[in-house]
Design a protein around this ligand. Sequence first.
Ligand code: SF4
Length: 415
Amino acid sequence: MQSYTSSQAPVDRPEVEMVIIQPTPFCNINCSYCYLPDRSNKHVLSQATVTRLFTELFASGWTNPELTILWHAGEPLAVPISFYREAFATIERLRPKDGPRPVMVKHSFQTNGMLITDAWCNLFKEWNVGIGVSIDGPRELHDFHRKTRSGAGTFDKTIAGIRCLREAGYPFHVLSVLSRASLEMPEEMLAFYVSEGIEHVCFNVEESEGDYVSDLFQGGELRQHFETFLRTFWHLARADGRIKFVREIDHALPRVFRPEGVRARNIQVEPLGMINVDSHGNVSSFSPELLGYKNADYGDFLLGNINTSSLTEIYKTAVDSAFLRDIQKGVEACRAHCEYFSVCGGGAPVNKFFENGRFDSTTTSFCTLTQMVPTDLILEAFDKFEQNLPDDGLATIAQSATQPAASSAHPPRMP
Ligand code: SF4
């Protein structure tokens, strides 16, 4: 959830880069590591809320020239295609197209893939929707956690969805949650992706969030395991040539090798850098996982409801909130103590909160895996190049550093 800007962090007004919208809290499956508390609830976002949200947002002038809208936090394809046809048309109608601040909109779905059909592919093509499919690898790895409510595996339907995308010639990326078992199997994971024609890959390591506690994150050896996995996978994938994008490396490369004076923005620590809206119109910011979560110190992390509050009021609530104060203390502690700060920008507040119990803290297992390990591996590869080792190190780095990351468009970590 990070990008570039040549400016300093905005202080007087937000700079909205991403809107994450929950079309429904409902999910058609029941993964064992899912943190979504309300996934049996079939409520659907109203079109009136879509209209209200984007009327406010576009009138504010606070959006980036390129705005990503991610439909997520429930299974987005559990809502009918007609819902999106209407919502997308509304947003297109409201989008500033001319004048001093035109806005380009990119819609994205993060889906379990099981409901993908030719009709969905037609919608994706029509609106150029970014698609991320959650699949954890070969059948035995995928079905271990990703199950139906009756406990059956979901691999067959997910792979059918992926094949449908491929037959339609529609580009997509996959998001794989790595378990203790899959961390030991980089070669098998690569062979699986190649056998299914999957070219764009993102990894999450199974983590503790909300009520789900991962035993993996509690082990001291996790950093070493992940580093070994990612190094092996990256090098094998580049040598093979059929994997075009590995998010952990390809998103980190331009942050590590960026021009002097260019700030690596972290929208998770800016009020309304990322706006999260649930299916009732409730708004939060900072990390999508905070929507629907409650805590004795901070309450419910909500900043207001877009149906009854203006975006200006919501922003003021964010700026005045105790959790922003503590998030910013955490960022300053990171700035003072962490040598990865210039790449990371202060981490993911939700992971500090779930792992350390407080926002005003620094290192987490999550930042170790998503910031420190990729940075170390990139610098390791660069060192090898500088030592003139006989490999194609610089070509690999240069090629990767200039590759667009658009196809993965900051996928969230779940489901
Ligand atoms: S890597 Fe971790 S400790 Fe370092 S700046 Fe990021 S969140 Fe803070």
